[in-house]
Design a protein around this ligand. Structure first.
Ligand code: IPM
Ligand code: MG
Length: 327
């Protein structure tokens, strides 16, 4: 397997090496292709990502990604959004299962996955900026909605077979379209489903998170709900994600580059380490993935934790404890 390694900026440069140290323990036959992409590259060269970078990524099977700081240029287009589009990574899969021993703001146990459409909706990039008005066109296609609903049903079949379709069909025509496509796909797959308006979902997710299994939604709603879910699951420092297409995939922590704590060596590496776990599952290394999950739970049990979780260990203290356990 060939993996493009993109640490990016800020704490991406700390958590990705920590996560790679965990991957390396298994001695798998993985070729790493390091790439410099992001704000740092833009400062040096004037572009955050080039066509050559994309061509190199296309020669790999998947990408391990840290985080990228937004470039302060009004014409800047998000590198991450570009990669999702160009590699057609249409499903953003974000599991939220609080790890044992993590102090949670909410008392209830829960275990759900947000399956976020990742290439269209409010992120379609069809935009116009004029003197007195600006437009961002929300594009929802049958193809895009069908394939994300299919992916969500496939995940639901491996879990509790309960799908929640989240939309704003009471206001948006594009969302009554999305809802209708999703309900059709759920029926065809014989998956139990319910629907929620996104605002009601934001509310109910906090009050009754235990009700949910697989949540499918459009791009921006998934972006927002997944940050909410991360807070409920103990914080952004713990939450991984997988951007999956039919050909490529990209694995990344949900958190950003966190410039405020960058360079201090205190960023929580667990989200990045669990992103490696998701990569290994995707590639079929299930035993190794399971071992990572157990080791992560173990260091949390032993309170080897970074300041975001109330501890005083460093990024590498945590990843070293995990690699030691796996060894
Ligand atoms: C995420 C992030 C990205 C998004 C940003 C960095 C473009 O918030 O992965 O959730 O909006 O999708
Ligand atoms: Mg986000």
């Amino acid at each position: 397997m060939k993996v493009a390694i993109i640490p990016g900026d800020g704490i991406g440069k700390e958590v990705l090496p920590a996560a790679l140290s965990v991957l390396d323990v298994f001695g798998l036959d993985i070729e790493k292709v390091p790439l410099e992409i992001g704000f740092g590259k833009w400062e040096k060269t004037g572009s955050a990502i080039t066509d050559d970078d994309i061509a190199l990524i296309r020669q790999c099977d998947c990408v391990l990604f840290g985080a990228i700081t937004t470039v302060p240029d009004p014409n800047y287009k998000s590198v991450l959004v570009r990669m999702r589009k160009e590699l057609d990574l249409y499903a953003n899969i974000r599991p939220f299962t609080p790890l044992e021993k993590v102090k949670l703001p909410c008392a209830k146990k829960f275990d759900f996955v947000i399956v976020r459409e990742n290439t269209e909706g409010m992120y379609s990039g069809v935009e116009e900026l004029h003197e007195d008005v600006a437009y961002s066109t929300r594009i929802i296609t049958r193809k895009g909605s069908t394939r994300i609903a299919e992916k969500a049903c496939k995940i639901a079949k491996m879990r509790k077979k309960q799908l929640t379709i989240v939309h704003k069909a009471n206001v948006l025509k594009s969302d009554s379209f999305f809802r209708d496509v999703c309900t059709g796909v759920a029926k065809k797959n014989d998956i139990r489903y319910n629907e929620m308006f996104v605002d009601a979902m934001a509310y109910d997710m906090i009050l009754h998170p235990e009700k949910y299994d697989v949540i499918v939604t459009t791009n921006l709603f998934g972006d927002i709900l997944s940050d909410e879910a991360a807070a409920m699951a103990g914080g952004l420092g713990l939450c991984p994600s997988a951007n999956i297409g039919d050909k490529y995939a990209l694995f990344e922590p949900i958190h950003g580059s966190a410039p405020d704590i960058a360079g201090k060596g205190i960023a929580n590496p667990i989200a990045a380490i669990l992103s490696v776990k998701m990569m290994l599952e995707w590639a079929g290394f299930n035993a190794e993935a399971k071992t990572i999950g157990q080791a992560v739970n173990n260091v949390l049990d032993n309170a080897i934790i970074t300041p975001d979780l109330g501890g005083s260990y460093s990024t590498f203290d945590v990843s070293n404890a995990i690699t030691k356990l796996i060894r």
